[in-house]
Design a protein around this ligand. Structure first.
Ligand code: GAL
Length: 329
């Protein structure tokens, strides 16, 4: 006679099998962890997928677009039900969407746009507005003078959107000669070091002292600030994005002027919900929006300006960072 406890354990196990078998398998393809935020994106996304009964497999190509394609093909072979991609290169990632389409797997373009009409869904922030808010903030603080723009790589469609947003706000001031864009750098990567070198190169070869550095994200801002001579630090208006810890500390210390906070929780959790819906073959509600002439279902979230006057009510209140972390070394 089989002891009752084994019969009981068998049925407990057996009742759990269907949910394990039916769990939607979500493939998450990151870019890299060079920028702090991506750790947060991954953690919040994977925990939401699990909460929704799904299983999440994460692959990280560490900034290599060809490796990202290879990893995508591996996830497709492993029969994921949906692919969520932070493209290393928005053009090269089109091959990922094509490979997934052949296997009948929907693709969500996460934060950065993949230039393919076969993308099933695009979720991000209003990235052009990010650039507009950076430029508007700088003009409020410095309505005339010399402006340097430092943006990220064009392989990241967001860089182009940030830049377009900045220029759309600055143009009337340039046309009226109130401001001069004395340098307009486009980096090869979102690199603090490259930003420092470009700023140093500018200061070495040019007489026109910058009054403003429109840095597209916090890593770029930190690099630019490191290249500034002591007497210019805290005098030059420096923008940023991502509300990184280093930059928030620099904002409190007066070295950086502002950052754009993009709350990651709503982005990551909404993306996880959409991933589970698409994995189940359901339709995910979005708005038909055009990016580079390509129309896709999309959700764009609102970016938030953060500076010394409101960081407690925004990034601290949201739990994005604590006062202890800001006070710490
Ligand atoms: C962008 C992203 C920014 C920034 C950058 C570097 O695509 O929107 O938040 O961090 O990548 O990773």
């Amino acid at each position: 006679m089989i002891p009752f406890k084994f019969i009981f354990l068998f049925f407990v196990f057996w009742s759990g099998v269907p949910s394990l078998l039916n769990a939607q398998k979500v493939g998450l393809l990151m870019d890299s962890y060079i920028i702090d935020r991506w750790y947060i994106d991954e953690k919040l996304f994977t925990s939401k997928v699990k909460e929704l009964g799904g299983e999440c497999v994460v692959e990280v190509p560490h900034g290599d677009a060809d490796e990202q394609l290879r990893l995508a093909k591996k996830l497709i072979e492993d029969k994921v039900d949906v692919l969520v991609v932070v493209p290393v290169d928005g053009q090269k990632a089109v091959a990922i969407v094509e490979a997934a389409k052949q296997a009948g797997i929907p693709v969500i373009s996460y934060d950065r746009f993949i230039a393919s009409q076969d993308v099933s869904f695009y979720i991000s922030f209003d990235n052009e507005k990010v650039g507009k808010l950076q430029a508007q903030y700088a003009l409020r603080k410095m309505p005339s003078g010399n402006y340097i723009l430092i943006n990220g790589p064009v392989s990241d469609n967001n860089s182009i959107a940030f830049h377009n947003g900045q220029l759309s706000v600055l143009k009337p001031y340039v046309d009226s000669k109130k401001i001069r864009i004395v340098a307009d750098f486009v980096l090869h990567g979102w690199s603090e070091l490259e930003a420092m070198m470009k700023t140093d190169e500018y200061l070495t070869n040019n007489k026109a002292i910058p009054n403003v550095i429109i840095a597209a994200n916090d890593a770029v801002a930190t690099g630019a600030i490191q290249a500034l001579p002591e007497e210019l630090v805290s005098k030059v208006i420096v923008t940023g994005q991502d509300a990184d810890r280093t930059s928030l500390k620099n904002i409190i210390a007066g070295k950086q002027s502002m950052t754009i906070y993009k709350p990651i929780k709503p982005l990551a959790t909404k993306a996880a919900e959409i991933a589970i819906q698409l994995a189940k073959g359901e339709h995910a509600q979005g708005t038909k929006l055009k990016f580079n002439g390509i129309e896709v279902d999309a959700i764009l979230l609102e970016p938030i300006v953060v500076d010394k006057t409101n960081y407690k009510e925004t990034v601290v209140k949201d739990g994005h960072i604590s006062l202890a972390e800001l006070a710490g070394k």
